[in-house]
Design a protein around this ligand. Sequence first.
Ligand code: IMP
Ligand code: MG
Length: 186
Amino acid sequence: MSAASTDPADPRLLGRAVKRIAYAAPDIERRVHELGEEITAAYPDGDLLVLGLLKGSFVFLADLVRQIRRPLQVDFLVASSYADGTASSGTVNLVYDPETTLAKKHILLVEDIVDSGRTLSRLVDLLKTRGAKSIEICALLHKHIATELRYPTRFIGFDAPNEFLVGYGLDHAEDFRHLPYVASLQ
Ligand code: IMP
Ligand code: MG
C-alpha cells in the first residue's frame, strides 16, 4: 500500500473512507517549498524564531523549516481550544509556553489551519507583551471565515474549503494526524 493510499481498507483511516482529498502530498510539498522561499526572502536579517502551535502544526513545521534558507530557531506553544471534536469551545489555554526568549526576535507563528481565528488572536495578544521585533502568522490552511482574527495571516499555504479536514498534522479527536495528505472523511 502506497503512502498516499485512500483505500478504505487503509488501517490509518480507522474504518472511515476519504470523501475528498483536498490537498495531495505532492501539492503540499510544492507549496511548502514556495512558502519557504517566501519566508526566506521576507527576513533578510535579524534573529528568526519559528514558533509552532502544537499539536496541529508539527508535520507542516518540520517540512517548512527545512525549506527556509537562513538561520532560525524553533520552539513550540501548546494552546488548546478544541476539546475533543469538531467544534470550537471558545477558550484558549496555554499549556506550554516557549522557553526561548522572544525579545528582539522576529517571531513566525506557525499554525495548521485558521478557522475562526480565535486561537491566533488570543496568542498574538499574549505574545505582543514580550518585546518581539515582529510577529507574523504562517498557516498551512486558511478557511477565510475568520471573523475573530484581528491580525493578518502573512503566509498562507492554501485557501481551505469550509469543511472539516484531517491529515498532515490535522486531527479529528486526535486521530488521522499522520495521513500524508489533507482530506475530508465520510
Ligand atoms: P480557530 O481558533 O477557530 O481558528 O481554530 C483553529 C484550530 O482549530 C486549529 O489550530 C485546529 O487545531 C482546529 N481546527 C479548525 N478547523 C479544523 C479542521 O478543519 N480540521 C482539524 N482541525 C481544525
Ligand atoms: Mg486540533
